[in-house]
Write a protein that binds this ligand. Structure first.
Ligand SMILES: O=C(O)CO[C@@H](C(=O)O)[C@@H](OCCCCCc1ccc2ccccc2c1)C(=O)NCCCCCc1ccc2ccccc2c1
Ligand SMILES: [Mg+2]
Ligand SMILES: [Mg+2]
Length: 340
């Protein structure tokens, strides 16, 4: 990034990106050409929307109209929000810089960002009132907060001309990219979310193993908790074939790295979490050194397949014979092995 030629407002945007995203800021800044600014602004606009969603101090009757109309703020040079208590409130307080840089993007990028922002905001209002009961509810929630991001990004890739039209047209694969990342986050963040009184684990799953999802945080329920954990990880692993097919279509190296690095970090996280009771006593994170080694390695579809194969074999090694989903987990891993 050539920071010397940036306007003060664009510099502020990259500063906000670095402050609000450890896992995405480096790969976004490495993107080629016009995509870099477009994806940076796309991230900040959606992080601002998500910060409204996450802020538990905003009363629901205020929050719902705020989420539904949020995309309109992109056209309002004066809009900002100073009353948030969320950790990422800086993106709401500096929203005038974000919307100014949004309005300076080419129209074809603005159309994608505004459309996804409107759909995500509307989807978030549905989630605020509805619980995640069925696996379909789980897919729907993840579609709104992450699937739509994948769909928008794929459209930006094709719109920029750096990728073929099919990349942006195949919304199912793009959606699955986001579901894989969000499901991994939800699985990993069980305890953090539960302590924030936020439940994203689907009721149809946890109710097989406990009377209340909070029971998993008690050590006497650890065995049942791990069975539920393994069931949700098995569900997430079913998305790997879509992820590989999406990445197999990419031609631009900076876009490949941008897509592949979060995907390999996610499979590494799922492997660390599988059958691991530590998920219920803290947040299981992969070590920085291991993460950097993977990032440097995930630069071609062959390398990514080798990484996916490595972690899939590790998971197969850990499948307990008495786990209720052992046969399904083995079958899902077997399918990934055939593709890698
Ligand atoms: O608030 C927190 O601290 C955690 O937030 C989670 C939550 O609130 O559930 C939750 O917030 C979701 C709503 C806001 C998502 C905004 C976003 C995220 C990443 C982007 C990457 C590039 C461009 C735009 C992006 C937009 C969160 O950040 N979950 C992490 C998974 C979301 C990944 C989205 C995504 C989807 C497909 C992708 C494909 C390729 C590369 C990056 C991708 C990134
Ligand atoms: Mg959030
Ligand atoms: Mg959120």
């Amino acid at each position: 990034c050539d920071f010397n030629s940036m306007s003060p407002s664009l510099l502020t945007c990259y500063n906000l990106l670095n402050r609000t995203s450890r896992s995405f800021s480096a790969v976004i800044q490495a993107l080629d050409g016009e995509l870099r600014n477009a994806v940076c602004i796309f991230y900040l606009v959606l992080r601002a929307l998500d910060t409204v969603e996450d802020d538990m101090t905003i009363p629901i009757d205020i929050k719902i109209p705020m989420l539904k109309s949020f995309y309109k703020n992109l056209q309002d040079p004066d809009w900002k929000y100073m009353d948030s208590k969320d950790k990422d409130r800086c993106v709401l307080e500096s929203f005038q810089c974000i919307s100014k840089e949004f309005r300076e993007l080419e129209e074809m990028y603005r159309d994608v960002i505004s459309d996804i922002c409107q759909k995500m905001g509307l989807g978030m209002t549905e989630i605020l009132v509805k619980k995640v009961d069925t696996m379909a509810d789980w897919d729907q929630y993840c579609h709104y907060v992450a699937g739509l991001v994948g769909i928008g990004l794929a459209r930006l890739f094709s719109t920029s001309g750096l990728e073929e039209p099919i990349v942006g047209q195949d919304t199912q694969l793009a959606n699955d990219l986001g579901l894989f990342l969000q499901k991994t986050n939800i699985i990993r963040d069980y305890l953090e979310d539960y302590n924030d009184k936020r439940i994203f684990w689907p009721k149809v799953a946890w109710s097989k193993y406990a009377a209340d999802v909070g029971d998993f945080s008690k050590v006497e329920n650890q065995e049942q908790a791990v069975k539920c954990l393994n069931e949700l990880i098995t569900n997430a692993l079913e998305l790997i074939p879509s992820s590989l097919r999406f990445m197999g279509r990419l031609k631009n190296q900076s876009i490949f790295n941008f897509v592949a690095i979060p995907q390999v970090m996610a499979i590494a996280t799922l492997e660390r979490c599988y059958n691991n009771p530590k998920v219920f006593t803290g947040v299981v994170k992969i070590r920085k050194g291991e993460a950097v080694r993977m990032m440097l390695g995930a630069t071609s579809i062959e390398r990514v397949k080798a990484i996916m194969r490595h972690f899939t074999l590790q998971i197969i090694e850990k499948i307990p014979n008495d786990d209720p989903n052992s046969a399904k987990t083995r079958a899902v891993c077997q399918k990934s092995l055939e593709l890698t």
